[in-house]
Design a protein around this ligand. Structure first.
Ligand code: ARG
Length: 461
């Protein structure tokens, strides 16, 4: 039976079931790189402060390097008795270099150690996610550029409302992704704060230099309060909140892609690589990827709730409950990163059917607002114009005609100020072209918006 690194005051052995219940090695082993980097920085700091010798620090750093290679080569033995990755690595270090290894944990606790590891992990996860989101923005921008002139119905209440450019619709998602990236980048200021030096909870009696430790790890800040340093997981909650919101954005787009790819809409075709068939219905082509992204949104939101519940009511400072931070965090980071990547791939390959979109622009009185706006230009108050157009729509509907198909005389029965130039206002193209207000769907506005996005993303249009 391997002796526990904390085994000094214990006589009896840990129950097997307790060992299994409490171990985190199964999932925190993926923190090995962070754990080793943190320990190396800590050892260097200890030597610099004269707490251990430079020779000891060198041996520690080198042995940890070897352990890293062992882990990466699959040669490392993970003994469940070791509880977690921190103890597993430390035990291996001691077995390699003896007493020098036994000095590594001076002025440190697993409490500040694990907090550092999670922060290092998250800093990297955030950078990766930002890179994936940037790729997603690029994919969206390229799709918008490819179909720049395409008009589709814009919806409110999922009822056809007013015509918009398909590119304009896509660029709405770009705004969400841009904010997602901003949030992630801003959160790095709170993630890259080194807690190392808080020790168990109260600080340490040794003359440490936490700033030096942090600098080696490329963390610009260090903790300000040792009690907070070991018990704070706010940065992880923040990440989960950001991840959940990103998933919500992806889920909204997924829902649209699912609807659009139905035969009822037919606006898009989900490319072969992103669709699957049915085992019984040969004709089926199912949008599984967007469905799964939509489904995984719940899972990531659940991870956010999970960590919030873990933190709720926890007394200061470290409590073992905090070990429960890792699985939701890792799962959410993996899920959101994969979902963003898949959505980018899907958009790159998406087949768009402008003719299907065009067909739905007919018959829905999508330019009724334009007719009201036109009447306003003739001096009619907007509310009155709205009523007049409403009556004209009801009449046209009864005749099985579009507004633009009515004669001027017919129109004038409802809107006496209408003149022949009305009809220039009633085409779909004119409706879109006239919406030149800032951030509107007029082609000139969308071209500007797309150019701005392409510039931000450093892609050429
Ligand atoms: N595996 C633990 C965790 O993930 C590491 C910290 C353990 N600290 C302790 N005092 N038992 O939280």
């Amino acid at each position: 039976m391997a002796k526990k690194p904390w085994g000094g005051r214990f006589e009896g052995e840990t129950e097997k079931q307790v060992e299994q219940f409490s171990q985190s090695l199964d999932f925190d082993r993926r923190l090995y790189k962070q754990d080793i980097a943190g320990s190396q920085a800590h050892a260097r700091m200890l030597a610099r402060q004269g707490i251990i010798t430079e020779a000891e620090a060198d041996r520690i750093v080198r042995a940890l390097e070897e352990i890293r290679r062992e882990i990466e080569a699959g040669e490392f033995i993970y003994a469940p008795a070791m509880e977690d990755i921190h103890m597993a690595i430390e035990a291996r270090l001691i077995s390699k270099i003896g007493d020098a290894g036994r000095k590594l944990h001076t002025a440190r606790s697993r409490n500040d150690q694990v907090a550092l590891d999670v922060r290092l992990y998250l800093a990297e996860a955030v950078e990766t996610l930002v890179a994936r989101l940037t790729e997603l923005r690029r994919a969206g921008a390229r799709l918008a550029r490819k179909h720049l002139g395409v008009i589709m119905p814009g919806y409110t209440h999922l009822q056809r409302a007013q015509p918009v450019l398909f590119a304009h619709h896509l660029l709405a998602y770009d705004e969400m992704w841009r904010r997602d990236i901003m949030r992630l980048q801003e959160s790095l200021a709170r993630i890259k704060v080194s807690p190392l030096g808080a020790a168990a909870l109260a600080g340490t009696t040794f003359p440490i230099d936490p700033k030096f430790t942090a600098e080696q790890l490329d963390f610009p800040e260090i903790f300000r309060n040792s009690l907070d340093a070991v018990s704070d997981r706010d940065f992880a909650v923040e990440f989960l909140a950001h991840a959940a919101l990103i998933m919500a954005h992806l889920s909204r787009l997924s829902e649209e892609l699912i609807i659009w790819s139905s035969s009822e809409f037919g606006f898009v075709v989900i490319p072969d690589g992103y669709a699957t068939g049915s085992s019984i219905m040969p004709q089926k082509r199912n949008p599984d990827v967007p469905e799964l992204i939509r489904g995984k949104c719940g899972r990531v939101a659940g991870s956010l709730m999970s960590l919030l519940m873990t933190l709720k009511g926890l007394p200061l400072t470290y409590n073992r409950d905090l070990q429960e931070d890792k699985e939701p965090l890792f799962d959410a980071a993996d899920t959101v990163t994969a979902s963003v990547e898949l959505m980018a791939g899907l958009l790159e390959a998406l087949e768009v059917r402008p003719e299907k979109m065009a067909a739905t622009l007919k018959g829905g009185f999508l330019t009724a607002t334009d007719m009201a706006d036109y009447l306003v230009t003739k001096g009619v108050p907007f509310r009155t114009a709205h009523e007049q157009v409403g009556a004209a729509v009801r009449y046209a509907e009864g005749q099985g005609k579009e507004l633009g198909e009515l004669s001027l005389e017919e129109v004038q029965k409802f809107a006496p100020t209408a003149a022949p130039d009305l009809f220039e206002w009633l085409t779909i193209e004119a409706s879109v072209a006239r919406r030149k207000s800032p951030g509107g769907t007029a082609p000139e506005r969308v071209v500007e918006a797309l150019a701005r996005v392409e510039k931000e993303l450093e892609i050429s249009g």
